[in-house]
Write a protein that binds this ligand. Structure first.
Ligand SMILES: Nc1ncnc2c1ncn2[C@@H]1O[C@H](COP(=O)(O)OP(=O)(O)O)[C@@H](O)[C@H]1O
Ligand SMILES: [Mg+2]
Length: 287
């Protein structure tokens, strides 16, 4: 069973002047259990539209999808996922603690488990000291952390996060990255959207690039980075003791090394020079 299985899903909106916006066009995508998947695309690409369809917040115009085997839009599918919306907004007058207790109730957690998990989450996300204060007084970073707390609270197997790192300071970004890495270690599945290539490079197994409602590329991060090797920077020390650095193309590497050895040079370092995720992304979106 796939964690997430999207089959030919599309969504069109009626835009200005009765124009139709094809926000999502025939998306086919399956996410394995235990996989961390980055849904990468510029603003307006259709990421949030996809996620809203998956969460049953809007209905796809055509196509279907399942979450842990359950059809989207069903209560059963919602129970199996932790969801972080793009711009979380919570009840201003509730405290973080009250809100988590409310969320846990919806997920039908037992009183004892909910009390324990609420405390754990408030501590993990550094909200413990502020737990009794109404959320209207929280900073943007704190609100995002409440969002993450409610995502993790019922310990689901699948996480759907809409731009979890955007708008956060470096500390906040690192926190989110570490949470995702930790979920992966625990065998959980994560599907998150972003427009930041670096986030994908650091935490994802696979990436899908979406632009103008269409999935343009789908590949493993390792493969992309491996394919992107343009050549090698080689550092050697010659017999005379001179240090030299050369850029050697992929096809010349063998000969270069052989020549260096036969000239009794010492090979100090060979480093691949590669295109990164950003170059990959820009190339695809430009095409
Ligand atoms: N409710 C809506 N009505 C009309 N157009 C919409 C609506 N929601 C999204 N869109 C349009 O659909 C496209 C995709 O939007 P969205 O999925 O939010 O992109 P992303 O999350 O990748 O930035 C955009 O052109 C956006 O303007
Ligand atoms: Mg969005």
């Amino acid at each position: 069973m796939f964690a997430l299985d999207i089959q030919g899903m599309g969504k069109s909106f009626k835009g200005k002047k009765r124009q139709v916006v094809e926000a999502l066009q025939g998306l086919n995508l399956s996410i394995e259990q235990g996989e961390v998947f980055g849904f990468l695309g510029p603003n307006g690409a259709g990421k949030s539209t996809t996620i809203k369809c998956l969460m049953g917040l809007i209905k796809p115009t055509y196509g279907t999808a399942t979450i842990m085997g359950e059809p989207i839009g069903s209560v059963a599918s919602r129970m199996k996922v932790g969801f972080l919306p793009e711009n979380p907004a919570f009840y201003d007058y509730l405290s973080a603690e009250e809100y988590l207790l409310f969320v846990g109730g919806i997920f039908k957690m037992s009183t004892a488990l909910l009390a324990r998990r609420t405390e754990e989450m408030l501590k993990l996300l550094e909200l413990w000291d502020a737990r009794k204060r109404p959320m209207r007084g929280y900073s943007k970073g704190m609100v995002q952390r409440v969002g993450l707390a409610q995502v993790l609270l019922h310990d689901p197997d699948l996480y759907i996060l809409d731009e979890p790192m955007s708008g956060l300071d470096p500390l906040g970004r690192a926190l989110v990255k570490n949470i995702i890495i930790d979920l992966k270690k625990r065998g959980k599945s994560v599907f998150f959207s972003t427009h930041i290539t670096d986030d994908v490079e650091k935490v994802c197994d696979r990436v899908g690039v979406i632009n103008k409602g269409q999935l343009l590329a789908l590949d493993s991060v390792d493969h992309i980075l491996q394919q992107g090797i343009e050549g090698y920077v080689v550092n050697i020390t010659t017999v005379a003791g001179l240090r030299e650095e050369s850029f050697v193309t992929k096809s010349d590497l063998q000969i270069f090394i052989q020549r260096a050895i036969s000239n009794q040079c010492l090979i100090e370092k060979i480093q691949p020079r590669r295109k990164d995720m950003e170059a990959f992304f820009l190339e695809i979106v430009a095409r």
